[in-house]
Design a protein around this ligand. Structure first.
Ligand code: UDP
Ligand code: MG
Length: 309
């Protein structure tokens, strides 16, 4: 018998824990028919509500359910990593607790794995039910990201994946602290089959991602998988050097030809403020990378465990 490990990151999902279990267990017939057993790992990412208690109730009913609680909120990326390191199965699936990743897709995903794919990924083809501004910025982010980075990052891609042990091990080899999982999935490569589905709205509760959190996350994505902004900073620096050199030449020649009329204060202020703006921007870009390097060099653990059942 082979084992499927399902990983479910949960942050304040007390209302969804049992719903998810019920949906997931609907696949039991299918799994049995194909000689598959499963283990279900709820990764409790420092929830402040009763998520852990809900999972414990499930564990009493079903010994195939497991719980790993973090000492605080470490973020979904850390939860996915923790789940992958706990998973012992031949196959590993990552899915959200809010049922936005429908477990009913699993049988179809398995079909593709058995056809020879190493990983089956999902993407939602629309964003219905999502605020318009958020969709707009998300689309901009994906377009920019694919321009400036090597990792293939698909618009609408979810973290809902089914993968073989080989792929899971490959992902576990990436031990970086700043984890942008969407990029890591693409970066490891392997034969990936993409399945498309219509967006499903979350079952209960609210999204854990505020606009600000998403903005920081997008910066994380860009700095983790591309150094193009550094090149941009260098390019801007060069452009302004050439520009100022030309300006100096122009002023010298003008002074020699027309003398030195002491006007031009407003233009001077404009130039100074613009150049200092660009300088700050470039410094900020360098700072972003320095901060990432700083966090990596510290080599802190990606997550800390409080409880494991
Ligand atoms: N999540 C988590 N830690 C966090 C934020 C979210 O483990 O810090 C989990 C959350 O419980 C859910 C999944 O990640 O299972 C996706 O989060 P959410 O549904 O809030 O994101 P959205 O679907 O709105 O992008
Ligand atoms: Mg969700």
């Amino acid at each position: 018998m082979k084992l499927l490990s399902a990983i479910v990151p949960c942050y304040n999902e007390e209302e969804n824990v049992s719903y998810f279990y019920e949906e997931f267990i609907k696949n039991e017939e299918f799994l049995k028919a194909h000689d598959l057993d499963f283990e279900l790992w709820y990764i409790n990412d420092g929830s402040k509500d009763g998520t852990a208690d809900e999972v414990k109730k499930l564990i009493e009913k079903d010994s195939r359910v497991h719980l790993l609680s973090f000492s605080r909120n470490f973020g979904k990326e850390a939860a996915l990593y923790a789940g992958l390191s706990k998973a012992t199965g031949e196959y590993v699936a990552c899915m959200d607790a809010d049922l936005q990743d429908p477990p009913s897709l699993l049988p179809e995903m398995f079909e593709h794995i058995w056809q020879g794919y190493d990983m089956v990924a999902t993407r939602r083809v629309n964003r219905k039910g999502e605020p318009v501004i958020r969709s707009f910025f998300a689309r901009m982010f994906y377009r920019l990201m694919n321009r400036i980075s090597d990792a293939e990052i698909v618009d609408g891609a979810r973290d809902f994946r089914l993968m073989t042990r080989q792929v899971a091990d490959a992902i576990l080899q990436i031990k970086e602290y700043n984890r942008f999982t969407k990029g890591i999935f693409g970066w490891v490569g392997f034969q990936t089959k993409w399945l498309e589905f219509d967006n499903v709205e979350r079952k209960k509760g609210e999204t854990k991602w505020s606009f600000w959190k998403l903005f920081i996350y997008s910066l994380e994505g860009i700095t983790s998988f591309s150094t193009a902004p550094l090149a941009f900073a260098a390019f801007m620096g060069m452009l302004f050097c050439i520009g100022s050199f030309a300006l100096i030449l122009f002023i010298i020649i003008r002074t020699l030809v027309f003398g030195d009329p002491t006007s031009g204060w407003p233009s001077l202020v404009c130039i100074i403020s613009m150049i200092s703006g660009v300088q700050l921007l470039c410094l900020g870009i360098v700072g972003q990378y320095l901060a990432k390097t700083y966090m990596e060099v510290k080599d802190r653990p990606i997550y800390l465990v409080k409880e494991e059942i």
